[in-house]
Design a protein around this ligand. Structure first.
Ligand code: GLA
Length: 391
């Protein structure tokens, strides 16, 4: 649906009033490499997608906030004074959580609003539909309430909404990528200091293909928290040897080899090895991309997947099958799971001449081997959150 159609749907839903209808958009994200690194204080390399969440918003004359989505059936109305009083367990907890954090950070919500969300990101696919809703809400409300519109602050505030209000213990990567993406650029983010730079992601004849396994990510929350705890445990043990260590990803591979035996437990060794090596792979990827060596970048993507499968153990049968089939296509330089794991999506870098073949052959083999129908999106790298003006 284009912006005009969305605006029309908005007025059909909410009627006319004299206030201006404003339109904002935040993308989804794909992580190119650097998985399960953000909460370990290292480097990640995500990129914003060309599709995301559009928010159509207009001030009301009263103190009611109306929530409506073109994708989901649940709708709600809350009073400005009741923001954050009751959690619904529904999708509106994301925008409401953001409102709570905006108020805590010092910008009051002074009036009522009509909100209509239109999402293009498949839910639960690991492409950050929730971060996209959070960030677009924060950006729009801070703009309309004349608060400080700073995309780094917006990422942090959105992450707090997710951690504290929604109750999911995610790191900063998703919100940061959605808020700070730029066309044809990946984002090299240092998750400890939040220093970041854009890295050119022009891949010439090669295309990114996102493959959705359509496997529901059932286990993801508990397993995610378990991985975080294991990393904390490792850090506590390693700190006894190296008191200055604040995060696992600060360890170089050489330091890790020296200290590995102190961890004792095999699981902790595997988790930590993944973190240390994956962090190094992100930096090697930036070098490869800077020198235009896509073959080297593809190999790093492959190594990342294998480590997530064997050491961090967050892959699953469906992701492994899709990656395995993807690598059989001659034009595939690299293929890996992306996001938290246990389902969701893969990302592959594929020569444009082989894209059709990829979609057909990987799709067919995936269906045959898993019984599930995969979906594929050939996508470019888009912009971060913004207002869509003049459309
Ligand atoms: C999820 C979380 C992110 C990050 C990834 C794994 O997407 O929301 O913060 O930890 O998993 O890299």
């Amino acid at each position: 649906m284009n912006v005009q159609q969305l605006k029309q749907q908005f007025t059909e839903k909410y009627g006319d009033n004299s206030a201006e209808i404003r339109v904002f958009n935040a993308p989804g994200r794909v992580n190119l490499i650097g998985e399960h690194i953000d909460y370990n204080g290292g480097y990640v390399l995500p990129a914003a997608l060309e599709f995301g969440t559009t928010l159509i918003i207009r001030e009301r004359q009263d103190d009611e906030i109306h929530f409506y989505s073109t994708n989901l059936t649940y709708e709600a109305v809350i009073k400005v004074g009741d923001i954050g009083k009751d959690k619904s367990g529904e999708w509106i907890d994301y925008p409401v959580g953001v409102m709570v954090e905006i108020i805590k950070a010092g910008t009051n919500i002074t009036k009522g609003y009509d909100l209509m969300f239109h999402g293009e990101i498949p839910n639960g696919a690991g492409l950050s539909s929730s971060a996209s809703i959070e960030v677009v809400t924060a950006y729009a409300l801070l703009t309309l309430e004349e608060g400080k519109v700073d995309t780094v602050e917006i990422s942090l505030l959105s992450q707090r909404a997710e951690n504290q209000y929604v109750g999911v213990n995610s790191g900063i990567m998703d919100q940061f990528a959605v808020a700070n993406g730029a066309e044809d650029q990946a984002i090299l983010l240092m998750c400890d200091t939040l220093e970041y730079k854009h890295v050119s992601f022009r891949t010439g004849d090669y295309k990114l293909i996102i493959g959705n396994t359509n496997k529901r990510r059932g286990l993801v929350d508990s397993a995610y928290n378990e991985r975080r705890q294991q990393c904390d445990q490792s850090l506590a043990i390693l700190k006894e040897q190296l008191p200055s260590l604040s995060y696992l990803a600060e360890l170089t591979p050489a330091q890790y080899s020296e200290l590995e035996s102190t961890l004792g437990d095999d699981i902790l060794k595997k988790r930590t090895k993944h973190v240390v090596e994956e962090n190094a792979r992100v930096l090697a990827s930036v070098d490869a991309l800077s020198s235009g060596d896509l073959t080297a970048f593809g190999e790093l993507m492959n190594a990342s997947h294998d480590s997530l499968r064997d050491l961090y153990e967050v892959s699953c049968e469906e992701l492994d099958v899709m990656v395995e089939e993807a690598r059989k296509i001659p034009g595939t330089l690299g293929s890996r799971m992306t996001g938290a794991g246990f389902g969701g999506c893969t990302v592959s870098l594929v020569h444009e001449n082989d894209v059709d073949r990829f979609v057909q052959e990987v799709g067919a083999a995936y269906k045959e081997r898993t019984g599930l129908t995969g979906e594929f999106y050939v996508c470019g790298v888009g912009d971060g959150v913004k207002e869509l003006k003049g459309e």
